[in-house]
Ligand binder design. Structure first.
Ligand SMILES: [Zn+2]
Length: 359
């Protein structure tokens, strides 16, 4: 099943589009205004399998966090190549959204072309922005002036002493919860709707708002034990969406609201966009989060990649390339066992979503 996975964005997109064509699936393409590192075109490509007027729709999305797209893309191509259309009844559709964030996928960044973390960008920008007062203290250390020498050493010492004082959990909460004040900082949520957000909400309004029930499965990587696929639900006990997720996906559904997830509590995740676009649908959203490398290593890769963006690093230099490789290792398993684990769990979860919608 390795063949469904790819080495770069262009390869992943090519495999997905070829599989969509062979499956005779309905396709929407949204061209991104920028290019990939090799000058290649970028876009979000969406395929729909099943009845056009189906009331039950599973939406499986990839690359909300660009570089994490290798994982979800492989599964999406697998669903097409292994004829998942045949599993759908007349009232159910499967929509595959390939590359929510194609720029990040192509450039091997988690964030988009504006350094925005797409999974923090779906807040209501008319309302007060979520506050994260702790971030300002850490920002200068997270984004040091230079990546080597005394500035870096000082920054690392400050981070280490913060972790010693407040604990790793608090450090993870503050840095990854999202912040809206430092555009060149980590986990930046933006100041307005990104290209990806406008594209996704537009598509959902036009093509999904007739659905009665939506199951959103967004594929991510970088948190949790290697190869393990954690289901992260929304809300907690007593809330419809959380209870449905538990009924469909089993007892190991985690939730940041409950406090047992590898992820911290977030504002502005992508499901809010689908929900805003499809207010009449009963929506059940999960993040399917696959582990890759230890948390501290993943966080250091994100920090290095952000530094490259914020402080500059010559494209093609060995330092630039080594940070790109660090990102790739942090978010893509690459070995056959990891891919096999992802594909097995990906199939299980999407099958459970289809069954749940029809239950
Ligand atoms: Zn992610």
């Amino acid at each position: 099943m390795d063949r469904h996975f790819s080495d770069d964005y262009a390869g992943a997109r090519g495999k997905f589009l070829a599989a969509a064509e062979d499956a005779g699936a309905r396709l929407w393409q949204f061209a991104h205004p920028l290019k990939g590192p090799g000058g290649e075109a970028l876009g979000t490509d969406i395929v729909r399998l099943g009845a056009r007027d189906a009331r039950n729709v599973v939406v499986a999305g990839s690359a909300t966090h660009g570089v994490e797209g290798f994982c979800g893309s492989g599964c999406q191509t697998g669903f097409l190549r292994e004829n998942w259309a045949a599993r759908l009844n007349s009232d159910t559709a499967l929509v595959l959204v390939h590359a929510h964030n194609p720029h990040g996928f192509a450039h091997q960044r988690r964030v988009n072309e504006d350094n925005i973390d797409l999974n923090r960008n779906f807040i209501d920008f008319e309302a007060d922005r979520p506050e994260n007062p702790g971030y300002a203290e850490l920002h200068p250390s997270l984004v040091p002036e230079t990546w080597a020498g005394p500035a870096r050493e000082q920054a690392d010492a400050a981070i280490e002493s913060f972790k010693q004082r407040e604990g790793m959990k608090k450090f993870q909460q503050i840095t990854s919860r999202g912040q809206y004040d430092f555009p060149n900082g980590l986990f930046y949520g933006g100041r307005g709707a990104s290209w990806s957000r406008r594209t996704i909400e537009g598509f959902a309004r036009d093509c999904l708002s007739g659905a009665a029930r939506l199951a959103l499965v967004d594929f991510h990587t970088g948190l949790g034990p290697r190869g393990h696929g954690e289901v992260i639900g929304r809300g907690g006990p007593g809330e419809g969406q959380y209870e449905r997720a538990c009924a469909w996906y089993g007892d190991d559904v985690k939730s940041a609201a409950v406090g047992n997830s590898a992820s911290v509590r977030l504002s502005g995740t992508i499901d809010f966009g689908y929900r805003r676009a499809c207010p009449k649908a009963e929506t059940t959203a999960i993040t399917l989060e696959f582990g890759t490398r230890p948390l501290e290593e993943v966080h250091e890769a994100i920090r290095a990649d952000n530094w490259l963006y914020a402080r500059g690093g010559a494209e093609g230099s060995s330092h630039f390339n080594s940070i790109k490789q660090q990102m790739r290792t942090a978010f893509y398993g690459e070995d056959s066992q990891w891919k096999a684990d992802i594909w097995a769990r990906g199939q299980q979860i999407v099958a459970q979503a289809l069954a749940g919608l029809n239950g």
